[in-house]
Each structure stands twice: as C-alpha cells, then as structure tokens.
Design a binder for this molecule. Structure first.
Ligand SMILES: NC(=O)c1ccc[n+]([C@@H]2O[C@H](COP(=O)([O-])OP(=O)(O)OC[C@H]3O[C@@H](n4cnc5c(N)ncnc54)[C@H](OP(=O)(O)O)[C@@H]3O)[C@@H](O)[C@H]2O)c1
Length: 243
C-alpha cells in the first residue's frame, strides 16, 4: 500500500491532487486548517472506497505540524509521497507590507514546510528503503513568483523562492536515501486564492487544478534514478515569466 500526506487538501489544488491520488490507490492523510471542509472531503472520498485519515492542523502552529506528522506515522508507519500544498497568499508592495503579514506568509509557506519535511523524513526514508526502485518523493507547491518576482507579491514570492531552494537542498542531502523533492511553480490557477484575478486576467486564461495535479502524479511515478528540482507551469500566452 502506497501512502501520501497532502496539506491544504480541503479546497483548490490540494483537493484535486487528493482526489487523483485516492483514485490511484494511495492511502492518504489529508490536512487543512478548518474542520468542516476537510471532513466533507474525507467523507466523500471514503464513499469511493479510499482510505483517508483527516487531521485538522494549522500550518502557522508548530505543535499542529508535529501532531500531523505523528498521526500519519501512527496510522501508516511510512510515507511514499509528501505533498506540501497548503499555503497562504498575500498582496502588498515592499514599501507598505506590514511585517506581521510577512511573518505569517513566511511561517505558513516556508517554515511549516521545512518543519514538516524534517518531521516526516524518517517515514520517507523507510518507504524508500522498502521500495528502492521507486524511492519516496516530496512535491511542494511553490509558484512562478518564486522564480521571477512580481510587483505586489513581495513576501509571497520570497516564501516560494525559499521553498524552491529548500527542495533543491533536500534532494542533494537525501537522494542517497532514495528521497527527492520537486518544487512545482505554476502561474495563476483558478482557485479561491486567485479569485480576485478572475476579473482582471480572465478565468479562461488561468491554469486548471487538473493541470497542476497531473504534474504531481507524473513526478510520483518516476523512478528513484530521477530528480526533478523545479517545474515551471506557465499560463499560455505572450509572457512566459509572469504569474
Ligand atoms: N491559485 C494559484 O494561482 C496558485 C498559483 C501558484 C501556486 N499556488 C500555491 O498552491 C497551493 C494551493 O493553492 P490554492 O490556490 O489551491 O489555495 P486555496 O484554494 O486558497 O486553498 C488553500 C488550502 O490550504 C489550506 N490552508 C490555508 N492556510 C492554511 C493554514 N494556515 N494551515 C493549514 N492549512 C491552510 C486551506 O485550508 P482551509 O480552508 O482550512 O484554510 C486550503 O485547503 C498554495 O501553496 C499556493 O501558494 C497557487
């Protein structure tokens, strides 16, 4: 049995990744901050026969992340795929962005990811040891703004650039143990997070949650011989390096 842990699984990109992993036969731990949406997703997936463990956890709280990793360990004892998807958006130019907002964005989008990787590494190593040809994978939802900066997305872009670097280092340090990490960097995807952009850039120009989920599945199927540090997923059109 393959197991995966997906954060931010209650809505948007994380929900689509979760649905597709469940259909592939993964036993899943799913996490989000708010209970009702998470439990609804868990119930509907269980109806399809999927094995789902739901954990309410706020990525801004260190103790919640520790509990999330511990519950997955207790339930499944190993981890084939860690999907670091939960995250928060924030707009604000460098000149005006409150430091409190900066701290929240960096905590949820980068510190939490660092901690969750650290606390699940023993489980990932165990899975990779059991299935050395396949290894174990980490896929993190970064953003194209972590590759090319955008005005008004100072803290968000910085957090995602940090996440891209973190994935590279994890691969360098852990591929000898069969673990690789990939930072997935999409432009605007049609979810609640990008809802305020629907009027300005047009819904029809946005990526779909399925586009992103498909790449997560592709990475999950690679052998332990392959490492994919970064995938940039741009919106079609005349500018490649913009959200
Ligand atoms: N949408 C885009 O245009 C876009 C583009 C590039 C990258 N991304 C990245 O892709 C990931 C998913 O984005 P999305 O668009 O699917 O976002 P979304 O629709 O806003 O969903 C966010 C998910 O993360 C959870 N979450 C938010 N804050 C949390 C916290 N403090 N603790 C625990 N869970 C939390 C939410 O759970 P609750 O509902 O319980 O809060 C929800 O399940 C994020 O990392 C985002 O930065 C998004």
């Amino acid at each position: 049995m393959k197991t995966a842990l997906v954060t931010g699984a209650s809505r948007g990109i994380g929900l689509e990744i979760t649905r597709r992993l469940a259909a592939e036969g993964y036993a899943l731990t799913i996490a989000a901050r708010r209970e009702p949406g998470l439990l609804e997703v868990a119930a509907s997936l269980r109806e399809t026969g999927a094995e789902i463990h739901a954990v309410v956890a706020n990525l801004a709280r260190e103790e919640d992340i520790t509990r999330l990793a511990a519950e997955h360990a207790e339930k499944y004892g190993a981890l084939d795929l860690l999907v670091l998807n939960g995250g928060v958006g924030a707009e604000g130019r460098v000149a005006e962005l409150p430091l409190k907002t900066y701290d929240l964005v960096l905590n949820v989008n980068l510190r939490a990811q660092f901690q969750l990787i650290q606390e699940t590494l023993p489980l990932l190593r165990k899975s990779a040891g059991t299935a050395p040809a396949r290894g174990a994978k980490i896929v993190a939802l970064a953003s194209i703004t972590g590759v090319a900066g955008e005005p008004g997305l100072a803290a968000y872009g910085a957090s995602k650039a940090g996440l891209i670097s973190l994935c590279e280092t994890v691969t360098l340090e852990e591929s000898r143990n069969g673990i690789t990490a990939t930072a997935l960097c999409p432009g605007y995807v049609d979810t609640d997070m990008a809802a305020q952009k629907r009027d300005t850039i047009g819904l029809e120009t946005m990526l779909t949650t399925g586009d992103v989920a498909e790449l997560v599945l592709a990475v999950s199927r690679l052998s332990a011989h392959a490492a994919v540090p970064t995938i940039v997923l741009s919106r079609a059109g005349e500018q490649i390096w913009r959200a």
